[in-house]
Structures are given as C-alpha cells and as structure tokens.
Design a protein. Structure first.
Length: 174
C-alpha cells in the first residue's frame, strides 16, 4: 500500500472504494477509532491538493461521493447558530454561514441541510478558511471551480448557491 499524501500525514489507508484511474491509487480516511482531527488542522489541504484528489476518479459519480465525504468533515455548527440572520440567500438548500475575525484572519463556520452542499462548503473552507481579507479577495474561486470540473457537473441552482456562498464570504470578510 502506498503512503498517505503529505497534506494528510496522520490518516490511515483504506482500500479504494471508488473507480480510480491509477490502479495503485488508494483513498485515505481518518481512522474512526482515533477520532476525527480538528477541522482547522484539515484545512491545510489546498485547492491544488483537492484537484489532484479529484483526478484519481474515473467518473463523476465517484467525485460526488467524495464531495459528500468532504462534507462529513465539516466543523460541527451549533444549532443555535442556524438562524435566519446566518442564512445564505440564493441557495436552494438551507445554508448557514458565520464568520469570526481572529488575529486579522477570518474563520468561517458553515453548515447545510444537503449533503452535497456540505461538501461544497468544505471546498470553500479550503479556499477561504483563516485567510486575511486581502488573501480572500485574491482567491480565484472561478478558476478553481473550473479546474475541479464543477461547472460542467453541478446543476445551475447548485452553481448559483455555491457562488452565493462565495459572495457571502467576501461580504463578511470585507
């Protein structure tokens, strides 16, 4: 078995459950017996790392499953924060987003009632979590959206919701 990727140093191997392009490719999962790492530790993954992970899958059904798996890694959001004031407008699903500035960097907490949207939130957290306002402004999320192949495989309403979340992040961090 191959070693875990450097950007996930403390995860355990599991057999590939998806159809991968490379026969030696393996998927990784956090060992449930050891518990999930804190979300902040997981955000060291970059959009480039995510694009490399996406390239391992032969088809979009497997990529969708992977996106859903990413959503299961979101930092839990307290039910008390799921209010109309934190609701992201423009999403078909219900999405809540809260932002807190710490040491000049923005930390976001978000959740949704839809599994696939939770995965899309995770992608946005990779892009924007714990960045300065200037770094947030400089993220070319449209390019990342394209490089991940999301534009051709998400419904127009999911795409609109994704970019509604982007606009909300930018507005909160401005």
């Amino acid at each position: 078995m191959q070693a875990p990727p450097a950007h996930f140093p403390d995860i355990k191997m599991r057999p590939a459950a998806f159809n991968c392009k490379r026969p030696d490719a393996a998927l990784y999962t956090i060992n449930a017996g050891e518990g999930l790492r804190k979300y902040e530790e997981m955000t060291s993954t970059t959009l480039q790392d995510l694009a490399e992970s996406f390239s391992l899958f032969d088809n979009w059904e497997d990529r969708y499953r992977y996106i859903i798996e990413l959503g299961q890694r979101l930092e839990p959001m307290d039910e008390a924060l799921k209010t109309d004031a934190h609701m992201v407008r423009g999403c078909t699903s219900r999405v809540w987003l809260v932002a807190v500035q710490r040491d000049g960097r923005w930390h976001f907490l978000a959740d949704s009632d839809a599994q696939i949207v939770r995965g899309l939130i995770h992608i946005l957290m990779i892009a924007y979590q714990d960045k300065t306002p200037e770094e947030i402004k400089d993220v070319d999320i449209e390019k990342s959206f394209e490089s991940l192949g999301l534009s051709g495989h998400l419904s127009p309403s999911r795409r609109n919701g994704f970019f509604a979340m982007v606009e909300r992040i930018k507005a909160l961090a401005h």
